[in-house]
Every structure is written in structure tokens, then in C-alpha cells.
Design a protein around this ligand. Structure first.
Ligand code: ATP
Length: 897
């Protein structure tokens, strides 16, 4: 007999006493803590962690660093110790920077992982609470519902229509029906252990509770954990494309470098110097750090998103966010507050407003009874001695807000859940899911009667009713009655109310009690309706408007009634003047072609089931849209996966939907999606900004050297100066561009085309023009100084060095705008200003600090030189900015005409 299977033939009594737990109160907090200390956290041990040393040494494996190390060695061998020390210092500095960045990225990824850690609903000290699944211990009582990932290995104590998908463990994808019954024998294969559920398998239907028997690596999953461990790569399409681009640039840079070196040698330059110049130039010209900086910019953006309550699960989706053209959003909880309050009821053929009516009829009491019993929320009364001012403060409700609202209505009428449960014991549940849009429960009264209580969407439940209750009496439910109830339902729904119908039936003989879901929920007696308000979230209207300005359409998809959906969509400004509303059944009857034809006009989908969502995603995608789609239930997972950006709800979403998603909303709020899109656009813009900066700088650096060599001039920059520019001048401001605040008009532009090149919209033009200008003017500054004092080459080189550095540091402000440099206040990015100041100070240190002068081949500069440097570094960017400005004004005039 397998050791792991020993609990399956124990009865529940033996099981709970073995684990020392009261099944009605759970473990005590202190006991749970002790156990946690003893057995450890409920986690699968991850693969070996890479040590800090290994991470640091990794930095030296880069190809370019190896080339530099080779250069150091050669310099050393030739006795050029100054060069060797300077290069090695730069290599180490580079490694430290890379190391720090990597640790930062790792930390943010770990934080992300923590945020998306699974939870578990556990009973401790007699209260149900949600805790981190890692804190579960053997003996804990855990509740399961559809959409949950099972958090540990459990032996079931209760199972209602519970189905699990265990393919991760057994390979079998057909859901298995579980039960809480004790099995006769213990040596059964996993697939047949009906009263056990295992960590990482998924609840696809029903509810249940169980006692934790194994946690962490002791679970069945733990035993095979090493087989399934995998790390998700953080590579994004953009970093992949940049890597390819990098490869092309490497080839170009190497060719140009070879030309520079060869022409230099032909013109009589020293071979060693030319070799070092070639190495430095190659290192400086190749944007090897680009993919890394992209990853860092994405990771920092992800951190900013977390602050705005959007948790990115897949890094590439940050890029896609900026391309979104349609957001398909659920209604309840995302667009609305999910704070349900019952305001109206329809019974005994009349509508009552609860605020102003005193209801006391038999029918009303029966309806409340059904509402309380056919309910999985929990109402806890506060101790009476704490007499509180408001009635609401006397209780606390946990669970689905729709159901909680029903418990509260009961409590207000003095009908309490705990009192009803004295008389009634639950026998069976046929759970709610958004496909069936109803639920029912079978209860047994103390006197032996069994009754089925049902509640659900009126249009679904009415079809299952054959009788009705009016003024305490039952009578046949005629077609005419049904019609008038439907009319009332429509009327309440058009007031933006969410409606529920209630029904029941006494179960007679034993055979009737054994009926299945489809058969037992028939011939019910209709009792009445309630309508509840769920006010829209206040900030959503504005967010929808902002989306519209940004060229993004918002579509509402809801399981609720068409009239309710339409009323809320109107309040929120989702429906456009010619916008259509369609229902799930309309969709069902439409061919794919017809649907695609209409999809652009539809703003609201009502009474849809999860399987319709995927049809909607596909139709929109076929029209070329980039679709963001929200979902929370287990059945939403396929649509979330199919969407370009799958979005799950952090609070109300199931584990399964979260796993399928690329973005999780910590507050379930629609506005958070818009915030994430804003961040996504801004991150992409920033990536383009530093690409523009780095590449133009590289073009400038190569050009100075290239032109000088072609013209047979002396070297305008010494190798160590080039390495300095590459590390300090290029590195720091580029990082600061990564956190640049968004441009004001960012959310007034239409979404970017997902196939667009990073060089589109002016960036390629900027790189070439600014690169040429920077290179050309640095060379000009060099030439002017050189021809004035040909004997003092170091002076001319220092001038060229300072010009190159300064013109890049001015150009960095130009990169912040898609228009011209004058369009943005330079002080709006303080980190950038600071990094520029720091770079200038470091430049001055290198030029004026005597011990560094021989290393960097610099000499102190006078006022004359500084005037020349300032003019040659400022003019090109300013002139180019003026040209841009003129072009912008011209375009505006043309548009205005
Ligand atoms: P959304 O998809 O926007 O979240 P929703 O939450 O209104 O919409 P569902 O939860 O699928 O959609 O609910 C659909 C219908 O089912 C509701 O209009 C309501 O009539 C009924 N319903 C909702 N919750 C329950 C429940 N707990 N028990 C019985 N019926 C319910």
C-alpha cells in the first residue's frame, strides 16, 4: 500500500482526530503557527538559486568585455600600464553596473511572483479567511470552489458536485467527480482516489471542503516537482528584435572599425594605437547594452504599474498594452462597484420599493428564506453587548456580493441565517455558474421534509416553474402570469437593476430526492423577484472617455440582463450613438461572417456565456484589433488566453483565470486597465527615446573617428576617451530616459500599430540627422583647435572629447519629445537633469584633475576652448530643434486649413 494513500479508507472521525482538528472550527491560530514552524511552508522548492558571485562573474562573459580584457592584456604586455589600468577600471565599473541592474531586475521579478502567489480559503479559530497558500499546514480545513487551484493535498470532508481536472498529475484531462465518502481500500492509483484532491489540480465545478494531509514537497506534486520546474523567459518581442538589430549593427560597426584601423595604419599611425582605437571604437559603437536596458525599462515600468494596481504577469504584454485598440470588459465589479443592495421586489403581482414599503406577507418571508438558504455567503453577527448605532454594524458578511445582499435583507427583516440553519440542514448543492445562471440547494428540515430552493436569472428560472405562490397560496403558473413577470423583470432591469428570481419545490418520495440536476430543477413554484442596484464605479466614466480620446473602444460583456446592461452602459458612456447591443442568443444565431460584419458596431453584449467571449475576441482580432479582455471565472480562461492582453481580477478572479492572464487588476477596476495602457504606451515611448539617444551617440562617435581616418588626420579621440563616453555619457542619461514622464499628448494619439518598427515616427530620422551633426561638429571643434596648435594634439583631443560629451548631453533632452526639443520642460525629468549634471562634473574631473590627466590623455582647457566647445555642442541640436519646430508649425497650419 502506498504510504501517501493511507487516508482514503479512514472515516472522517479518525481523520480529523488524527490531525487534531475540529472540523467546525479548524485549527487555532497558535496551533497552525506551531505546525508551520515544524513542517515548513507549503511550497514546492525551487531550483537552485544562482549565487551573487556567479551573477557578478557572469558580467565578464559578455563578448565585448572579453575583447576589452584581451586589449588590457596586450597593453600590459607592451608596457602601456596607464592604458591597461584605465581599461580594467572601466571593465570593472561596467560589471558592477551590470550586476546592480541585474539584482534590481531579479528583485522586482521576485516581488511580482509574491504578488501573484496563490491563496487558500481556510477555517481557523472558527472563521473563514483567505490566506497565502504557502502558510497552510496539515490539519487545516480548506474550502474549494470552481476555478480554484488546489493549494495542498486534501482529503475531502464535503463535496458538492465537485469536479477536478487532474491532468497535471494523471495526464487525464476529463474532469473527475469527487466525493467525500470513505473508500473501502487504500491501494488505489491516484486517478481513482475519489475522496482526495491534490495540489495544483484544478476545480472545474462545484464546491467542497477538505482537511490538509500533506503540504509542500511532501505532496504528490512535490514528488514530481523537479519534472515540471521551468522558468519563464523574460525576453520580449522587442528585446528579441533589438537583439537582431544589434547583430546587424555589430557587423556594420566591425566593418567601419576595420576601415578606420586599416586607413589609420596606411596613413602611418602607430599599429598598437590603432589596434586600441579599433577595439574601443567597436566597443563604443556596438549597442550591446540595448536589450538589457529594454528589459530594465520594462521591469521599472512594471514596478510603476504595480503602484497603480496593475500586476503584469508576462513582460511582453507591457509592449502589447500600448497597441490595444479595444477593451472588452466585464460589467459586475469591473465597471460597477460590486456593492449590491436590494432595492425592489416583485411579489404577489406587485412591485415594491423596499425603502418605502413595510412587507410582511407569507410570500415575502418565503422569498427571504430561499434567499438565505440558497446562498453560500456567510453572515456573522457581532456580539449584542456592543450595541452599535447603525444596524449594518451589527453584522459582517463574507462571500459573493449578490448573495451577501440577500443575507442583509433577511437580517434587516429579523430573519437570521444562523437561526434558519438550526432547522434546516443542507443535503446537496447544484452550484451557480455563469453558464447556467442559476443555482439550487436541497435542504432537509428537522421534521424530515426535503425541499429544493432555487434562485437565478429570471429568464432562466421562470422556464423551470410550473406553479406560483401568491399571498401564501400556490396556483398554476400560466403563460399569462409568466408574461407579466417577464414584463416586470424588463422594467426593473431597465432601471439598471440586477434581478434574481426565487423558486422552490417540496421533494416527495425517495426517488425524487435522487434526481440529477437537470431533472430536479423542474416544476418549481415561482415566488418572486428582487432587483438590486450595483452602482457604476465613479472613476470609470472618465476612464472610458480617456480611452476614446486615445483611439481605444470600450465594449461591455456581461452575463446580466440586456436592459440592465444597456442602462449601465448608458450611464458610463459606453454606448455610442449608433452602437448596438446584442445578447448571447443573438450571437448564437449569427454566422461568423455576419458577426464579423457587425462586430465594429456592437458596444454591449448581454446575457452572454463565457464561451461567447472567445468568439468576440476572434471576430475583433479578425478585424485587425488588438484586444484586451477581462475575465474572472474558470470558463473565461480560454478567452483570456486568446486575447492579446488577457486580464484577470485580483480580488474576485479564480486562480485559473489569473494563470491564463497576462495582467491582473489588484482592485478589479476598469480604470486600472486604462492606467496600465497609459504606462504601456509610456514605457514603449521611453524605450524609443533611449534607442534614439544611444544609436545617434554611436553614429556620432564612429563618424568622428571614421572621417578623421579617411582624411589622414591624427586620432581625434584616444581609446580611453571613447570608452568613457560609452560608459558614462551613454549609460547614465539613457537609464534616466527610461523613467521619463509621458508626453502630454500621449493619450490623445491613436494606438500604435503592433507591427510598426521602433524607428518609425521620426526616430530613424532623428538618429541619422543628430548622429551626423554630433559627429561632424565634434570633428570641427577638433580641427579648429588642431590647426591653431598642431604641436599640442592632447589639447585638440580634449576639445573633441568635451564637445562629443556635451553635445550628447544636450541631445538627450531632444530625445524626450517626438516633436522638437523646445516642446518639453527640461526640468520635468529630474533624474535626467541630475544624471546630466553628474556626467558634466565627471567630465570636468577627468579634464582638470591632474592624476587623471595622463590616464585620459587630457589637458586643462581655457576659456577660448570652452567657448568653442559650447558653440559646437549646442548649435547643432538647437538648429535641428528649430527646423523641427518650423515643420510642426507648418503641419499645424496645413491641418488647420
Ligand atoms: P459580468 O460578466 O459582467 O461579471 P454578471 O456578474 O452579472 O456579469 P453572472 O455572474 O454570470 O454575470 O450572472 C448572470 C446572472 O446570473 C445575473 O444576472 C443573475 O441574475 C444571476 N446570478 C448571479 N449571481 C447569482 C447567484 N449567486 N445565484 C444565482 N443566480 C445568480
Amino acid at each position: 500500500m502506498s504510504q501517501k494513500a493511507r487516508w482514503i479508507d479512514w472515516d472522517q472521525q479518525r481523520l480529523t482526530s488524527h490531525f487534531g482538528v475540529d472540523p467546525h472550527r479548524g485549527l487555532s491560530m497558535s496551533d497552525a503557527e506551531k505546525r508551520l514552524h515544524h513542517v515548513g511552508r507549503n511550497q514546492l522548492v525551487e531550483g537552485e538559486k544562482i549565487s551573487l558571485w556567479a551573477l557578478f562573474l557572469d558580467q565578464f562573459k559578455d563578448f565585448m568585455v572579453l575583447v576589452l580584457m584581451g586589449a588590457t592584456l596586450i597593453s600590459g604586455l607592451l608596457g602601456e600600464y596607464h592604458d591597461a589600468i584605465a581599461i580594467i577600471a572601466i571593465v570593472i565599473l561596467n560589471a558592477v553596473l551590470g550586476f546592480v541592474q541585474e539584482i534590481k531586475a531579479e528583485k522586482s521579478l521576485a516581488a511580482l511572483k509574491k504578488l501573484s502567489a496563490p491563496g487558500a480559503k481556510v477555517l481557523r479559530n472558527g472563521e473563514w479567511n483567505r490566506i497565502d497558500a504557502a502558510d497552510l499546514v496539515p490539519g487545516d480545513i480548506v474550502a474549494l470552489e470552481s476555478g480554484d487551484r488546489v493549494p495542498a493535498d486534501l482529503r475531502l470532508l464535503r463535496a458538492d458536485n465537485l469536479y477536478l481536472e487532474e491532468s497535471t498529475l494523471t495526464g487525464e484531462s476529463v474532469p473527475v467527480n469527487k466525493s467525500a465518502e470513505t473508500l473501502a481500500k487504500a491501494d488505489l492509483p491516484i486517478g481513482d482516489r475519489k475522496n482526495m484532491v491534490y495540489m495544483s489540480t484544478m476545480v472545474v465545478r462545484g464546491t467542497g471542503t477538505g482537511v490538509v494531509v500533506q503540504t509542500g514537497m511532501e505532496t504528490e506534486m512535490g514528488r514530481i516537482a523537479h519534472l515540471i520546474q521551468h522558468t519563464e523567459s523574460s525576453e520580449t518581442p522587442l528585446s528579441r528584435r533589438l537583439e537582431q538589430l544589434g547583430k546587424i549593427l555589430i557587423v556594420i560597426a566591425l566593418i567601419l572599425t576595420a576601415v578606420v584601423v586599416i586607413t589609420g595604419i596606411i596613413h602611418g599611425h602607430d599599429a598598437y594605437k590603432m589596434f586600441l582605437a579599433g577595439v574601443s571604437l567597436a566597443v563604443a559603437a556596438i549597442p550591446e547594452g540595448l536589450p538589457a536596458i529594454v528589459t530594465i525599462a520594462l521591469a521599472m515600468g512594471v514596478q510603476r504599474m504595480i503602484k497603480r494596481r496593475a500586476i503584469v504577469r508576462k513582460l511582453p504584454s507591457v509592449e502589447t498594452l500600448g497597441c490595444a485598440t479595444v477593451i472588452c470588459s466585464d460589467k459586475t465589479g469591473t465597471l460597477t462597484q460590486n456593492k449590491m443592495t436590494v432595492t425592489h421586489t416583485y411579489l404577489d403581482a406587485r412591485v415594491f420599493e423596499l425603502e418605502s414599503s413595510q412587507l410582511n406577507s407569507e410570500t415575502w418571508k418565503r422569498m427571504i428564506e430561499i434567499g438565505i438558504l440558497c446562498n453560500n455567503a456567510l453572515l456573522q453577527r457581532k456580539p449584542a453587548k456592543k450595541l452599535l448605532k447603525r444596524k449594518q454594524d451589527n453584522w459582517k458578511v463574507d462571500g459573493d456580493p449578490t448573495e451577501a445582499a440577500l443575507l442583509i435583507i433577511g437580517a434587516k427583516q429579523g430573519i437570521w441565517q444562523d437561526e434558519l440553519l438550526h432547522d434546516w440542514t443542507r443535503v446537496k448543492e447544484f452550484p451557480f455558474d455563469s453558464q447556467r445562471k442559476m443555482m439550487s440547494v436541497v435542504y432537509q428540515h428537522r421534521d424530515g421534509r426535503q425541499v429544493i430552493f432555487a434562485k437565478g436569472a429570471p429568464d432562466v428560472l421562470l422556464d423551470r416553474c410550473s406553479h406560483q405562490m401568491q399571498r401564501g397560496k400556490t396556483s398554476p403558473f400560466t403563460l399569462a402570469h409568466k408574461r407579466s413577470v417577464s414584463t416586470m423583470n424588463e422594467r426593473l432591469a431597465s432601471m439598471a437593476l440586477r434581478n434574481l428570481a426565487f423558486a422552490y419545490r417540496e421533494l416527495g418520495n425517495a426517488s425524487e430526492r435522487q434526481l440529477s440536476e437537470g431533472q430536479i430543477e423542474r416544476n418549481l413554484t415561482f415566488v418572486g423577484l428582487v432587483g438590486m442596484i450595483d452602482p457604476p464605479r465613479e472613476e470609470v466614466r472618465g476612464a472610458i472617455q480617456r480611452c476614446r480620446q486615445a483611439g481605444i473602444r470600450t465594449v461591455m460583456i456581461t452575463g446580466d440582463h440586456q436592459a440592465t446592461a444597456q442602462a449601465i452602459a448608458h450611464q458610463l458612456g459606453i454606448i455610442r450613438p449608433q452602437g448596438l447591443t446584442v445578447s448571447g442568443s443573438d450571437l448564437y444565431n449569427m454566422s461568423d461572417k455576419e458577426f464579423q460584419h457587425k462586430v465594429e458596431e456592437i458596444d454591449v453584449y448581454a446575457r452572454v456565456s463565457p464561451e461567447h467571449k472567445i468568439k468576440i475576441v476572434q471576430a475583433l482580432q479578425a478585424k485587425g484589433h488588438v484586444v484586451a479582455m477581462t475575465g474572472d471565472g474558470v470558463n473565461d480562461a480560454p478567452a483570456i488566453k486568446a486575447a492579446d492582453i488577457g486580464i484577470a481580477m485580483g480580488k474576485s478572479g479564480t486562480d485559473v483565470s489569473k494563470e491564463a492572464s497576462s495582467l491582473v487588476l489588484a482592485d478589479d477596476n476598469f480604470s486600472t486597465i486604462v492606467a496600465a495602457i497609459e504606462e504601456g504606451r509610456s514605457i514603449y515611448d521611453n524605450i524609443r527615446k533611449f534607442i534614439a539617444y544611444l544609436l545617434a551617440s554611436n553614429v556620432g562617435e564612429i563618424l568622428v573617428m571614421f572621417l578623421a581616418m579617411l582624411a589622414g588626420l591624427p586620432l581625434p579621440l584616444v581609446p580611453i576617451q571613447i570608452l568613457w563616453v560609452n560608459l558614462v555619457t551613454d549609460g547614465l542619461p539613457a537609464m534616466a530616459l527610461g523613467v521619463d514622464p509621458a508626453e502630454g499628448d500621449m493619450m490623445q494619439r491613436s494606438p500604435r500599430n503592433s507591427r510598426e518598427s521602433v524607428f518609425a515616427r521620426g526616430i530613424g530620422w532623428k538618429i541619422i540627422t543628430r548622429g551626423l551633426l554630433i559627429g561632424f561638429w565634434s570633428l570641427a571643434a577638433f580641427l579648429v583647435t588642431y590647426y591653431e596648435a598642431p604641436q599640442n594634439l592632447s589639447l585638440a583631443q580634449t576639445v573633441a572629447f568635451a564637445t562629443l560629451v556635451l553635445s550628447q548631453l544636450i541631445y538627450v533632452f531632444d530625445c524626450r519629445s517626438t516633436g522638437s526639443i523646445f516642446q518639453r520642460n527640461p526640468l520635468s525629468n529630474i533624474p535626467l537633469v541630475l544624471s546630466v549634471i553628474l556626467s558634466v562634473v565627471m567630465l570636468l574631473v577627468v579634464i582638470y584633475y591632474p592624476p587623471l590627466q595622463p590616464i585620459f590623455h587630457t589637458v586643462s582647457l581655457g576659456l577660448r576652448e570652452w567657448i568653442l566647445i559650447c558653440v559646437t555642442s549646442t548649435l547643432p541640436v538647437i538648429l535641428a530643434g528649430l527646423v523641427d519646430q518650423v515643420r510642426i508649425v507648418q503641419r499645424k497650419l496645413q491641418l488647420g486649413r
